[in-house]
Design a protein around this ligand. Structure first.
Ligand code: FAD
Length: 405
């Protein structure tokens, strides 16, 4: 007697679940995908380079209600296992000093090619959108046009709502809700942030290597150093994406969310103050715009001076100490209120999802026997740096191996 398995969603997680399940004898695997090809999101990952994993995997790399699930997943499919797994698929990886791992080819398409080459003895049904999953004795998979019947086991690996142009949607949550699973409120993550000022729009296009601090209800809750990009809507750039996880969660909870930017990280506050004083003695007739432009971009300097209503041509010797203090404050601690995120459309991942407390460490539903979940559909959110793909691969691997037992 063969076991018939349906896997919903051919992203990182569903593909590996299918590869693993199909290695066992007497298994029939149908892999359903609404897109015209499998692995579309992998191709877009890491700007086409695909930051595929990270050698510094640890529990703290994830936001998840169920810490035990993260711990056991990392244990069962750790970085060494990941490297070996992909080596067996003829995909070598290049792991940088900071732990981020990329395909040696530097191309996400190599990852998709390696994975699709391993999809053997599997019925791949692309251009097939699943509308409903029901269970009598066995599972039935529904589309608008037809029903696929008699599945012994089902894996829901249909991802989240982040980046809908790549096939993402909330279907997985609806399937899970039908089976009475709890859906933890979802929120966009690794995403730009909107501000309540108008000044950011004037700075649009300016990129600074800055320290970004996140304040939730006035309390510092995260900080990071990296690129901050001013945009028409607010802020983007790697530093902002990194703190967007907690910012987005704060917005979901209706907290006051603020970002403080230090745009001159090479100087302490007193060093910056002494530098301005020494320049005032050295070149008293120098205008403030020229002085600031030696520290930060000309565009930024102009917008800041306009904002503070200070004349560009004012000589530094004639500037009063209050104005100098204001300039330093804004350069090193400019605080903005965050009003919303840039939305799921532009987010890389989603927080929230199917409650991780309602699955076993093998990702089987605790509510419905033979129903499994893997990947981003669960309420597991990784930091930027390859953690999300690693979780998708790891959970798919564990499901694919357990489901045949
Ligand atoms: C632009 C971008 C860049 C990223 N870069 C990185 C990175 O460098 N490193 C990293 O770790 N993570 C990155 N991520 C996140 C990472 O890609 C995801 O976390 C991961 O791909 C999730 O895999 P998954 O298999 O769970 O879901 P997905 O890859 O989203 O796969 C789910 C699949 O299910 C299909 N589907 C959904 N509903 C249905 C339905 N009803 N019927 C049939 N099919 C359905 C979808 O079309 C999709 O193909 C990035 C994400 C984006 C958007």
């Amino acid at each position: 007697m063969s076991i018939k398995i349906a896997i919903i969603g051919a992203g990182a997680s569903g593909i590996i679940a299918a590869i693993e399940a199909s290695k066992h004898s007497n298994i029939v695997v149908d892999l359903f995908e609404k897109n015209s090809a499998v692995g579309k999101k992998i191709l877009a990952s890491g700007n086409g380079r695909c930051n595929i994993s990270n050698s510094n995997l640890c529990e703290d790399s994830y936001i998840c209600e169920n810490h035990e699930l993260i711990r056991s997943t990392i244990e069962l499919f750790d970085f060494e296992k990941f490297e070996k797994y992909f080596k067996n698929l003829a995909l070598l990886v290049d792991t940088k000093d900071d732990g981020r791992s990329y395909p040696l080819s530097n191309e996400a398409s190599s990852v998709v090619l390696a994975l699709t080459s391993a999809l053997k003895n599997i019925n791949i049904l692309t251009n097939t959108t699943i509308t409903k999953i029901t269970k009598n004795k066995k599972f039935t998979i529904h589309t608008e046009e037809k029903e696929f019947t008699d599945y012994d086991k089902v894996v829901i690996s249909s991802g989240s709502q982040a980046a809908p142009t790549l096939g993402s949607c909330s279907d997985g949550y609806e399937f899970a809700s039908y089976f009475k699973h709890t859906i933890m409120p979802t929120y966009p993550s690794l995403v730009g942030l909107h501000l309540n000022t108008k000044v950011h729009a004037k700075l649009s296009g300016v990129k600074v290597n800055a320290k970004a601090k996140l304040f939730i209800n006035g309390v510092e809750s995260d900080s990071t150093i990296g690129d901050v990009l001013f945009t028409k809507y607010g802020l983007s750039g790697f530093a902002i994406l990194d703190i967007s996880q907690k910012a987005s969660l704060g917005l979901l909870n209706h907290d006051r969310v603020q970002i403080a930017l230090n745009m001159v990280i090479n100087f302490t506050r007193s060093q910056l103050s002494s530098y301005i004083s020494s320049q005032t003695k050295l070149t008293p007739t120098l205008n403030i715009l020229t002085l600031l432009s030696g520290v930060i971009s000309v565009k930024f300097s102009k917008v800041l001076l306009d904002f503070l209503e200070i004349n560009y041509n004012e000589q530094i010797a004639t500037l009063n100490s209050k104005s100098i203090k204001k300039i330093i404050n804004h350069l090193q601690d400019w605080r903005f209120d965050v009003t919303q995120t840039h939305g799921f459309k532009h987010a890389e991942v989603s927080g929230g999802g199917v409650s991780s407390h309602e699955v076993t460490n093998n990702f089987e539903s605790k509510l419905v026997k033979n129903l499994f979940f893997s990947g981003e559909v669960l309420d597991v959110l990784g930091k930027r740096g390859g953690y999300n793909l690693h979780f998708a691969f790891a959970s798919g691997y564990i499901v694919g191996n357990h489901i045949t037992k």
